[in-house]
Design a protein around this ligand. Structure first.
Ligand code: CO
Length: 207
């Protein structure tokens, strides 16, 4: 597909805007605390590990008010925690053993394109392969999902079931297992972001 000149122009403006925004942000940060970047570059001691969806409408720091240094973030399509995914496993391992985070959050969101695609059917690799565990989850919870008489309700419920399942995986990973079952830390939380209202919902995950 060819972009019109006008579209290309807009994209270029948006692109430059990023650096414009960055310069503005630096100025603002320094104005409020002149040593901000000096402090930031020293170390990180985030209390939270946030695992969320890649969706651009769910910006982890913005919806939680987390400031730089306060939250370690890992995002992928449909907020999956797969023990065979060395990316997610590295982040969790680092968060638990090096940063000693107090909280690990799995945050899903209603209207999740990944969950929808998994519900709707055939997708080729790599996305189809990535979403396969959600299909397995949907079939495991088939009775509960089919009892919901509208598609939107099923979709919402599968988003929640997915968060719950990823939380269960987190507490049973070798790196968290002993610590979690022994001390209750890091605490594991399942959240859903409702983009219709902007509200974060705590699913009160109980392992
Ligand atoms: Co999503």
């Amino acid at each position: 597909m060819f972009l019109s000149l006008l579209q290309a122009h807009n994209i270029m403006n948006n692109y430059q805007q990023i650096f414009e925004n960055n310069r503005k942000w630096v100025t603002e940060k320094k104005a409020s605390d002149n040593a901000f970047f000096e402090k930031l570059s020293k170390d990180q001691q985030p209390g939270f590990l946030y695992i969320g969806c890649s969706d651009s409408r769910v910006p982890a720091e913005e919806i939680t008010g987390a400031r730089p240094g306060e939250m370690l973030v890992h995002r992928n399509v449909a907020n999956q925690v797969d023990p065979s995914d060395s990316n997610a496993m590295s982040v969790i391992h680092f968060a638990v053993t090096e940063l000693h985070v107090s909280h690990i959050v799995v945050c899903g969101h209603y209207m999740c394109g990944g969950i929808k695609a998994a519900m709707e059917g055939e997708l080729g690799a790599p996305l189809g392969t990535w979403l396969q565990p959600i299909r397995v989850l949907a079939s495991k919870h088939r009775n509960e999902l089919e009892a919901i008489d509208n598609l939107d309700g099923r979709f919402r419920r599968l988003v929640e079931i997915n968060v719950q399942a990823q939380c269960e995986t987190v507490v049973n990973l070798p790196v968290t297992q002993e610590l979690f079952w022994g001390t209750g830390f890091p605490q594991v939380h399942g959240w859903v972001f409702n983009m219709h209202t902007g509200e974060l919902i705590d699913l009160n995950f109980q392992p």
